[in-house]
Ligand binder design. Structure first.
Ligand code: 5GP
Length: 174
């Protein structure tokens, strides 16, 4: 199927906004150690760039969910494919998401991680499609609000392709 990409958010805009988000996080957790939890695989570049911007004492861990199965629409069922390696009890946890769409994944993750008694639990999402929410988990930090289009790049894939692009683009079928 022939497709084309329309750039939505440039590499420069992503880097600038990521630095702003890091400053905001540091202001709200002054001097506190932070655990960044990347949701695989889409958050890889965002977590890497955000983590390098943060001056705080930072630990990094990952978990992986599955609900999209490589296609373009969610199944609505969230499963944990890879759980955390570390114990987050008593720690300041920030979930790092690539994109919040229906909100179902994040809602599930917030509920799951809050049962593990972190000192605080916040979410930073690079992208948000507010108009597509089916449930409304809190998202404390949002990079960009975007329209209800399927996007790829900067970690986001379509059938595992396009994750390496340094920008965000809308994937359109010709
Ligand atoms: P939600 O559970 O909020 O509907 O979806 C969250 C997950 O769906 C994201 O972490 C991401 O993996 C995937 N997703 C949602 N929208 C898009 C999109 O526009 N492009 C891509 N590549 N993945 C998306």
């Amino acid at each position: 199927m022939p497709v084309h990409l329309d750039v939505l958010i440039s590499e420069e805009a992503i880097q600038k906004r990521t630095a702003e988000l890091a400053r905001q996080i540091e202001t709200e957790l002054p001097g506190e150690p932070i655990v960044l939890i990347g949701v695989l695989k889409g958050s890889i570049h965002f977590l890497s760039d955000l983590g390098r911007e943060l001056k705080a004492d930072t630990e990094i861990d990952f978990l992986q969910t599955s609900s999209y199965h490589g296609g373009k629409s969610s199944t609505g069922v969230v499963q944990i494919r890879k759980d955390l390696d570390i114990n987050i009890e008593g720690l300041n946890v920030i979930i790092v998401e690539d994109i919040v769409d229906t909100g179902i994944t994040l809602n599930h993750l917030r509920e799951l991680l809050s049962t593990r008694k972190p000192k605080s639990l916040k979410v930073v999402a690079l992208l948000s499609k507010e108009g597509s929410r089916k449930v409304h988990p809190s998202v404390e930090y949002i990079g960009f609000e975007i329209p209800n289009e399927f996007v790829v790049g900067y970690g986001l894939d379509y059938e595992e392709r396009y994750r390496n692009l340094p920008y965000i683009a809308i994937l359109r079928e010709d």
